[in-house]
Design a protein around this ligand. Sequence first.
Ligand SMILES: [Zn+2]
Length: 503
Amino acid sequence: MLASIPSAIVRGADGHPVTVEVHVGAGLPGLTIVGLPDASCREARDRVRAAVLAAQVKWPVGRITINLAPSGTRKTGSGLDLAMAVGVLVANGDLDTEAVRDLAFLGELGLDGTVRPVPGIVPLVDAVRGGSVVVPVASAPDAALVEGPVVRPVATLSELVAVLRGDMGWVDHPAPTASASVKAMLDLADVRGQPVVRRALEVAAAGAHHLLMVGPPGAGKTMLASRLPGLLPDLERAQAMEATRVHSAAGLNLGGGMLSRPPFRAPHHTATNVALVGGGTEAMRPGEVSLASSGVLFLDELAEFAPSVLDALRQPLEDGVIRVSRAKFATELPARVLLVAAMNPCPCGEAGRPGACRCPDGLLARYRRRLSGPLLDRFDLRVDVLRPDVEQLLGGQPGEATEVVAARVEAARARAGERGVRANAELAGPALDRWAPLQPDAHELLATVLRAGRLSARGLARVRRVALTLGDLAGHEGPLSAGQVGTALQLRAEVAGVQGVAA
Ligand SMILES: [Zn+2]
């Protein structure tokens, strides 16, 4: 007899429907899985058999063949286990075909019959569409984020069998307690002094301009960077859905809540290519860049990241997307991040203070070489962060609160919206000429800097975008002034210890 059970797999951040076809017939006892299963998917054989026996159902005597359709795409992971087990029981006549009508099944099986969560429940449920979907209890709140299917949580295979045989109704499992992941918002008002960096953060948030902070240990670079997401507007519906899918696909539990605020990700400098950009398995697990999409990616100790890792970042930053193409599939992951990086001016951290640096020349040269020019060139804003002085720490006035700055950022973003982009960093070519023309003295200032070889063509476009953002924040209309351009140039200044790139 033949059974046909709907389920799904996840690749990148997208779910794809899979039909699990099970045939039980005469022949030598055994179970074969066909339809391009990967290793973990093939291992389902042992899990499914043990789980069925644990559910007190006898295992079919004949030959079992499981086909995962469409057969041309690679099936990854253990999320098809539950659908396979149900398929075996239907094909063997232990469950009625009618009982599983309009039901899809997602989940891994333990040897004792426990139904366990798998990464990507949001994209998986999204791929199923319509009807009802049976999911592990722990995944139910996240599964319910997807509009459409009725979510049916089950704890074990034996519970599911009892429900499908009509011996009992669907069990009303209490929602698992969400991991309290809601962090108190970090407020800019906590930052004493640092007027230049505060300005740079505001400009970065308003125009989505990448920011590099250079300064000694203890200057507060991490504290400043972590306050950037608070300046960004709430995610729009499409961004929120995308971020939610990516986090789910990465195996993170959302606790039943959609992401509504821009994410902040701060991978350690020992992070590998795969951890940062994604991939690793056939499932193409999202990396830190995709998890930070629509939010902030903070790379602390930038110079300590492996050069190959920084190199792997360049294309995603340029395109705003990571494209993966493998033999059996192609997929895309989002990578629209606001990049904020921090680094010490030199290995000892003291190069900013005259005469204080004790680094040997060779070490210093190696440190500086680790940052490739093309990556450094991506930063529109490059500022020195100095240790706050004693007076500021003791008696300084609290700075403006996040709420106040965020309101200016929102107004600036609204003006960018009138230009057809989310933020000024996206303006390019003719659009930039149209929206950021120059007053004569601004023109003259840029001409001087260009003639002196202190600005590249790419750098020029970046300075104009930043100048436009400065104008938006100040409520300025019309062509860019020399004042705006001058400030934009200052915010892109050579930073202590980092050289070799035209400002
Ligand atoms: Zn040093």
